[in-house]
Design a protein around this ligand. Structure first.
Ligand SMILES: [Zn+2]
Length: 238
């Protein structure tokens, strides 16, 4: 597929072999936008984008993977209201990555930027994500975000994981030219990482570089397809 030179140019569409299956409804956002799971099936890995609405890089990349095909279930945009409003939070100004029913969820925001909501899983978007987990029953989740620098955060030490997973992750970070980290470096109560540790899920948080032109994300598609295939081939066991 040729590079996409213009932001305004829609990705080429080949309905003959790349049309995604009809998405399954997981729920609706606060403002009533549908939240959908594409390629719904039981799988070892679930790909998710758009937890934070202003991180359009991950939303776009998830849609590129849907278009190109990646063989695993994809929830391309968990926070459609935030994407619509161009803000991090959902329409009730809750940070969905602090609203998960993780053991470290706290009612008070550690930082005004990260409001956790009234209760764990108080938000319909969080409930939609939990519905996706129930539907797919994954052992791994790859969540696409964007930040001031690029890296993959995995809150597990490499020596605590099976070689197949480490090899797939190392191949990916090598191909894309990014770093693997154990933590983003500050506390994130109620976030997906802590939820995953409690529930035996392998959580990969891929922070793309904030502000990357969407057309440049095409180069990440093939390495990400390989990573997802590898994560789906063998079930992660904590
Ligand atoms: Zn984010």
């Amino acid at each position: 597929m040729p590079a996409m030179p213009l932001l305004a140019e829609p990705p080429p569409w080949n309905p003959s072999d790349r049309a995604p299956a009809t998405p399954e409804a997981l729920g609706r956002s606060v403002l009533g936008h549908a939240i959908a799971l594409h390629g719904a099936r039981r799988a070892n890995v679930l790909l998710i984008g758009g937890v934070h609405g202003d991180e359009s890089e991950g939303i776009f990349l998830a849609h590129l993977l849907l278009q190109e095909g990646c063989g695993v279930p994809v929830l391309p945009c968990l926070n459609p209201d935030g994407a619509f409003l161009r803000q991090r939070w959902n329409a009730r100004n809750v940070d969905l990555n602090r609203n998960l029913p993780a053991p470290d969820w706290k009612p008070e925001a550690l930082n005004p930027r990260y409001p956790p909501g009234a209760a764990p899983a108080s938000e319909p978007e969080t409930q939609a994500f939990l519905a996706a987990l129930a539907r797919v029953q994954p052992a791994a989740v790859l969540s696409l975000h964007s930040y001031k620098e690029t890296f993959v955060e995995i809150e597990r030490r490499p020596d605590s994981m099976a070689p197949a997973f480490n090899q797939a992750i190392e191949a990916f970070v090598g191909a894309v030219g990014i770093e693997r980290r154990l933590s983003i470096g500050y506390p994130t109560p109620g976030a997906l990482g802590a939820y995953g540790l409690r529930h035996g899920l392998l959580i990969l948080t891929y922070e793309l570089l904030r502000g990357t032109p969407h057309g440049e994300l095409q180069r990440i598609v093939a390495p990400l397809q390989r990573l997802l295939r590898a994560l789906d081939a063998e079930r992660f066991v904590p």
